[in-house]
Design a protein around this ligand. Structure first.
Ligand code: GUN
Length: 293
C-alpha cells in the first residue's frame, strides 16, 4: 500500500510558519502582509474558494479583503479597481478569482496586475521568469506540489515525471519547474494531453505521475508501473446520494486501485488542494517582503 502524502498536515505546518512570521511583525510593530481577492459575479464554488482564502489569511494574521463585484461590471471598471490596489500600500497580493464572465478578457485582466503583486503567478512576466529559471512568484498549485515532494523527501533528480494535462495554471508551470536544475528538481519531464494517441504508453514510464486533467478517476492502476509516486491535482464534483450535500469531491486518479501499486499518493480531498491556499499565503508573504524591502 502506498504511503499517503498528507497535504492537510503539510499545509498546516506551512500556515504555522507564516503565522509565526506575522506575529513577529506584530511584535516589531511593523506593517502586516495584505491580500485582496476580487470576485466577479456570484458563482457558489468561486465564492466558497474566495471565502476560504480570506479565512486562511485571517488565521495566520494577514490582512485580507474581499471585493465582490456585480456580474455587470465592465472590463475597464475591473481594471481600474485593480489599478487602485496596484497603488495601495496596504495590499501586497492581488488575486482575481477565475473564471471571469465571458465578455471580460481574462488575459487583459491578468496583465493589469503589477507582476510584484501577482500572487497567482499568472502574469506573462512572471510566467517568463519561471520558464527561464529566474526567481519569481510561482503559481500556487505547482508551488504546493514542489513543497509536498520536498517535505516527503521524494527525489526528483533524473526521475521521469509524466504530467498529464497542459493547463497554464498547473500542467505547464509544474513541468517547467521540475525541469529546472535550480532548487534541485532536475527531472526528465514529459507532458501528455488529450491529443496523445496512447496515453498509457507515456504514463507507464512515469517514476512520478502528476494528474491535472479534470476527469474523475481517469488514471487507472493498469496505466502505471509499480512504486510510482502519484500526485493527483483533480478536484471533480460528482453526484453522491449518500452525502448531505448531494455530491462529493474526487480526484483524477482512481485512488482505490492506484494506492495498491504506488509508493506514495496524494488523496483527494486532503492532498494538493489544501496546499494551494497555503502557498497563496506564502506568495503573499514573499510579495510583501519584496515590496517592503
Ligand atoms: N480558479 C481556480 N483556480 C484558481 C487559481 O489558482 N487562481 C485563481 N485566481 N482562480 C482560480
Amino acid at each position: 500500500m502506498a504511503q499517503i502524502i498528507d497535504g492537510k498536515k503539510i499545509s498546516s505546518e506551512i500556515k504555522e510558519e507564516i503565522k509565526s512570521v506575522c506575529s513577529q511583525l506584530v511584535k516589531e510593530k511593523k506593517q502586516l502582509p495584505g491580500l485582496v481577492t476580487i470576485l466577479v459575479g456570484n458563482n457558489p464554488a468561486s465564492k466558497a474558494y474566495v471565502n476560504s482564502k480570506a479565512k486562511s489569511c485571517n488565521e495566520v494574521g494577514m490582512v485580507s479583503k474581499i471585493e465582490i463585484l456585480d456580474e455587470s461590471i465592465s472590463e475597464e471598471e475591473l481594471i481600474s479597481l485593480i489599478n487602485r490596489f496596484n497603488n495601495d500600500k496596504n495590499y501586497h497580493g492581488i488575486l482575481v478569482q477565475l473564471p471571469l464572465p465571458k465578455y471580460i478578457n481574462e488575459s487583459n485582466v491578468i496583465k493589469s496586475i503589477i507582476p510584484e503583486k501577482d500572487v497567482d503567478g499568472f502574469h506573462p512576466i512572471n510566467v517568463g521568469k519561471l520558464v527561464i529559471g529566474e526567481e519569481t512568484l510561482i503559481p500556487c498549485t505547482p508551488y504546493g506540489i514542489l513543497e509536498l515532494l520536498k517535505r516527503y523527501n521524494i527525489e526528483t533528480k533524473g526521475k521521469h515525471v509524466v504530467v498529464v494535462g497542459r493547463s497554464n495554471i498547473v500542467g505547464k508551470p509544474i513541468a517547467n519547474l521540475l525541469l529546472q536544475k535550480r532548487d534541485g528538481a532536475n527531472a526528465v519531464v514529459t507532458i501528455v494531453h488529450s491529443a496523445a494517441k496512447n496515453i498509457s504508453f507515456y504514463t507507464k514510464q512515469a517514476d512520478i505521475l502528476i494528474a491535472a486533467i479534470g476527469s474523475p478517476k481517469f488514471i487507472k492502476a493498469e496505466m502505471l508501473k509499480e512504486n510510482v509516486v502519484v500526485i493527483d491535482v483533480g478536484i471533480n464534483r460528482v453526484e453522491d446520494a449518500n452525502s448531505p450535500k448531494g455530491y462529493k469531491i474526487i480526484g483524477d486518479v482512481d485512488f482505490d486501485e492506484v494506492s495498491k501499486i504506488a509508493s506514495f499518493i496524494t488523496p483527494v480531498p486532503g492532498g494538493v488542494g489544501p496546499m494551494t491556499i497555503a502557498m497563496l499565503l506564502k506568495n503573499t508573504l514573499i510579495a510583501y517582503k519584496h515590496l517592503t524591502k
